[in-house]
Design a protein around this ligand. Sequence first.
Ligand code: ADP
Ligand code: TMP
Length: 235
Amino acid sequence: MNKTNTLYEGKAKIVYETDEPDKLIVYFKDDATAGNGEKKGTIQNKGIINNEMSAFFFKLLKDHEIKSHFIDKLSDREMVVQKLNMIALEVIVRNVAAGSLAKRLGLPEGTPLKTPVLEYCYKNDELGDPLLNRYHIMVLDLASVNELDEIEHISFCVNQVMINLLKAKNIRLIDFKLEFGRDEKGGIVLADEISPDNCRFWDMTTNEKLDKDRFRRDLGGVEEAYQEILKRVTA
Ligand code: ADP
Ligand code: TMP
């Protein structure tokens, strides 16, 4: 398989079309942004780590009959994926209050939530990815009610599979963000990545943050945290 042209260059990845029209190659960069692009930097080897961790989680999900766009890992920074028509939503699942939810609801970070909380954001950089509810999604014509039901079902299944795996590694899954697309038949498919960039992982004993919050909040030890979480997740 060969890359043909660049379909899209985002903040963390480059997406290439290939000589197989239904397949894309995703290249994971070391570039890191936070606060809707206000903070910019690089995290050494992040691309390699995020590619490897995403491949690991997508394979794990497949073993649990949750399909994703993942086809194969091509190199240390590249994976082959199914080309999808992306839905402009960020789907966030939370088990513990942190980040924007902690601020919005006035809950101390680290407060366990009685039930997992699912939120939608509009994937729109110009608007700063605002929070949406199902009515907003209908008005914007982003997805149908049936599609949202499917997206929510898959998201909660992903949460359970990840919680179970991570518990055995003494890691708390605080929250994560997923993206979905439609295949050629209109079916909903999990896409994008599952990595320390879009998940919060805390050590269960010490509450040490092993994810992108170390970069977002200038906590130091960013590269080391990415290495550590990859090692523990995939061990
Ligand atoms: P951003 O767009 O937020 O800057 P990235 O740098 O991660 O994000 O770029 C990757 C882009 O590829 C995202 O816009 C994402 O929605 C898109 N994408 C992810 N998986 C697929 C897929 N299977 N088919 C088409 N586009 C995808
Ligand atoms: P938040 O608490 O900042 O809203 O983030 C919730 C989760 O979603 C957290 O795991 C980080 C992830 N996330 C992204 O992957 N991309 C984003 O643009 C944002 C805002 C959050």
